[in-house]
Design a protein. Structure first.
Length: 259
């Protein structure tokens, strides 16, 4: 796990600026959906885990009294700090640390959010348990992440592709795995939706700053995939080059039950 987390810090530290400007992170309907759900909640104190470029923390700042933007990678926090300060928000704190070991007291937050990051966590169970711990009774947990198909072969293909593009990728869970984990750890599911997510191959791969040879090799793997896999992921090819493919993401809203 230590090695994986070092990879995360190195990979995202080198490419932090790209995540602030990445359209898939800075924009998107999923961010709007998350904000619509957040707007209906009591949120004096909010924790955004794995804040990345700070887009969720930035969007929640006008809706909450206090927001903590939390991330493993110091360079990512530096870029998020500049981005959020540039938007005039003064109620956001920036804290460096591990999503699986939160340095906050029990019942410290009304809301915990995490968007497009959990597939990098080696111990998802610990992340969920820690999120539950720091939530106040009745507090809400909002999660957005890429998910793998329920079909085992498609699941293996998708996670293998992501791992080759980004060695810090651990695993995109299946929808059923997420729902079971959240419920087992004491979070009651209130809402769940899935949505298609199209990745433009060049920008998706280039954001990681990896060698061209590895990009070409992964492209050949996708081109050589079985027809049913190409169909499922809607791999678009033009002039024998992969242009894009389609994955799936999930938005879940859960609540820490009041006992």
């Amino acid at each position: 796990m230590v090695d994986i987390k070092q990879q995360v810090m190195q990979q995202f530290g080198q490419n932090a600026a790209k995540y602030v400007t990445s359209q898939g992170h800075a924009q998107g309907e999923d961010l709007e959906w998350l904000l619509q759900m957040a707007a209906m909640e009591t949120k004096r104190d909010v924790l955004d885990i794995a804040t990345g470029g700070g887009h969720v923390a930035n969007a929640l700042a006008p809706l909450a009294e206090n927001v903590v933007a939390y991330d493993l990678t110091p360079a990512m926090l530096d870029h998020a700090r500049r981005f959020i300060a540039g938007n005039g928000h003064g109620n956001v704190q920036f804290v460096q640390g591990d999503a699986e070991r939160l340095p906050f007291s029990d019942c410290a937050f009304d809301m915990v959010t995490c968007r497009i990051a959990a597939h990098h966590f080696p111990d998802v169970l610990a992340f969920v348990q820690e999120s539950w711990r720091v939530l106040r009774p009745g507090g809400s947990f909002l999660l957005i992440d890429n998910v793998s198909p329920e079909n085992d072969a498609y699941d293996a293909f998708y996670n293998a592709v992501e791992k080759r593009r980004d060695p810090s990728h651990c695993r995109a869970l299946k929808k059923t795995e997420w729902l079971r984990t959240l419920e087992e750890k004491g979070l009651a599911i209130e809402f769940m939706m899935t949505f298609a997510k199209r990745f433009r191959y060049d920008s998706w791969f280039d954001r990681m700053g990896r060698p061209q040879q590895e990009k070409d090799e992964l492209e050949q793997t996708m081109l050589a995939a079985q027809g049913e896999i190409q169909h499922h992921f809607r791999i678009a090819v033009e002039e024998e080059r992969v242009v894009s493919f389609e994955g799936e993401s999930m938005l879940v809203k859960a609540r820490k039950e009041v006992k």
